[in-house]
Design a protein around this ligand. Structure first.
Ligand SMILES: Nc1ncnc2c1ncn2[C@@H]1O[C@H](COP(=O)(O)OP(=O)(O)OP(=O)(O)O)[C@@H](O)[C@H]1O
Ligand SMILES: [Mg+2]
Length: 424
């Protein structure tokens, strides 16, 4: 077992591309930490730096309490599985799994026992004598995992090991990975861009965007209390409603979130009320997942609600979604400033890259951050997406009202940071 500590780690690729930006993160002993984020956000780069396959430009990596920036990959006691776990085509499944132990000159009796034990856990014990060419993609990934884990590494790194498999196989293998690494107690860093996979697998999730760590926490923490609007949006299986509201406090009786055509009252008893009131007179971003809205029967008029015309209904098998034209001001997901190209530039790439590396190493920041995205800058009117459950309780064209679950409402500043309740 091992711990991984990344302290202020950055990666600048030759040419000046800043792929990972001053990232600090820890994986505890035996923990399954998932790195989640969109394509190109730096997940594989980070994993490869932990494995020693990529140099760390600045910052420190500590493995099991030992400074590891300059350790050779073979001295890190890590095993890695990639998307296309390449196997030795001329060796059988048994030969592939046992290979790392043979290299380490392990006792043949032990090797035999270990291969059988692992292949049972991975459900490939009946194909030990077959060659990789005769296996399905899912079976090959199981073999790759067996080969990686057979030496009992203290750290297991997996880079999208399931992304080439079909949905059914992915779900099945996901559960097996989860029980296997937990049974073995191996610290695991697992990369994926699939939020469902991350939520299902992780002890904790770290979300990256544009090389910057956005949030880290248990699946429940980051789903229910996301640090940024980007995290909230990335983790929503259905599209998150992101709306602009002006904060008002009429006669100081309550907080009014003013969407123009609609208003929502937030009582002072809401834990976030005082933090929201600091934005009085200004815009904030309100995030509401489709399941934070519930259809209101006609005549019922209680609590916070929104209304509009049902534009269309969508059937998703296990549920219906409705799109309401409610005239609400929608805002795009605020993104962190993109610093990644700062060192780039074809004409003077070399010197700018060196300057970026120098600044990272000296700990000084480059140019100040651009001003935050101003929510008031956008006046798009988007539909309000509502989850209806298993029955389409409305018809297209009718006027409908929805109640808003204040506890599920997410509140962000215009640049997308969570509006926190005051710390007690
Ligand atoms: N060797 C390299 N030289 C220059 N830039 C690179 C190199 N490798 C990766 N990059 C860039 O760094 C960024 C991060 O790449 P990385 O592979 O870490 O992303 P990722 O999050 O794993 O994406 P994906 O989900 O698509 O695998 C990308 O924009 C990529 O183009
Ligand atoms: Mg990748």
């Amino acid at each position: 077992m091992s711990t991984v500590v990344l302290d202020n780690v950055s990666k600048v690729y030759p040419g000046g591309y800043l792929a990972v930006d001053r990232l600090s993160l820890k994986a505890g002993e035996g923990e399954l930490l998932v790195l989640l984020g969109p394509s190109g956000c730096g997940k594989s780069t980070l994993l490869r730096m932990i494995a020693g396959l990529e140099d760390i430009t600045s910052g420190e990596l500590w493995l099991n309490g030992e400074y590891a920036n300059h350790l050779a990959p073979r001295d890190r006691d890590v095993a890695m599985v990639f998307q296309n776990g390449a196997l030795y085509p001329h060796r059988t499944v048994r030969g592939n799994i046992s290979f790392p132990l043979e290299i380490a000159k392990a006792d043949p009796g032990y090797v035999k026992e270990r291969v059988v034990e692992l292949s049972r856990a991975l459900h490939i014990d009946e194909m030990l004598d077959r060659r990789p060419g005769t296996l399905s993609g899912g079976q090959r990934q199981r073999v790759a995992m067996g080969r990686a884990i057979v030496r009992q590494p203290s750290l297991f790194l997996m880079d999208e090991p399931l992304s080439n498999l079909d949905a059914g196989m992915r779900t099945e293998l996901r559960m097996e990975i989860s029980s296997l690494v937990r049974a073995l107690g191996v610290t695991t860093v697992y990369v994926t861009h699939d939020q469902v996979e991350a939520l299902a697998l992780a002890d904790r999730i770290a979300i990256l965007n544009r090389g910057v760590l956005q949030d880290v926490g248990t699946p429940g923490q980051i789903y229910n209390d996301p640090a940024t609007a980007f995290v909230a949006s990335f983790l929503s299986s259905q599209q998150l409603n992101l709306l602009e509201a002006v904060v008002r406090t009429p006669q100081n009786q309550y907080i009014l979130l003013d969407f123009g055509l609609h208003q929502i009252i937030m009582p002072w008893t809401d834990p976030r009320a005082y933090a929201v009131s600091r934005h009085v007179g200004n815009s904030i971003i309100v995030g509401i997942r489709p399941d934070g809205l519930a259809p209101l029967p006609p005549g019922v008029d209680q609590g916070p609600c929104l209304a509009g015309r049902v534009r269309t209904l969508e059937y998703h098998g296990h549920e219906w979604l409705a799109y309401l034209e409610a005239g609400l001001p929608a805002v795009p997901v605020p993104e962190p400033p993109d610093r990644r190209r700062h060192g780039d530039g074809a004409a003077n790439g070399g010197s700018r890259a060196k300057a970026l590396v120098r600044r990272l190493l000296s700990g000084t920041h480059e140019e100040p951050d651009p001003p935050p995205v101003n929510a008031s800058g956008s006046h798009r009117r988007a539909d309000l997406i509502v989850r209806l459950g298993s029955r389409p309780v409305w018809r297209a064209g009718e006027h409908a009202r929805v109640s808003v679950d204040l506890a599920k409402m997410l509140l962000f500043t215009p640049d997308g940071a969570r509006i926190d309740p005051p710390r007690r």
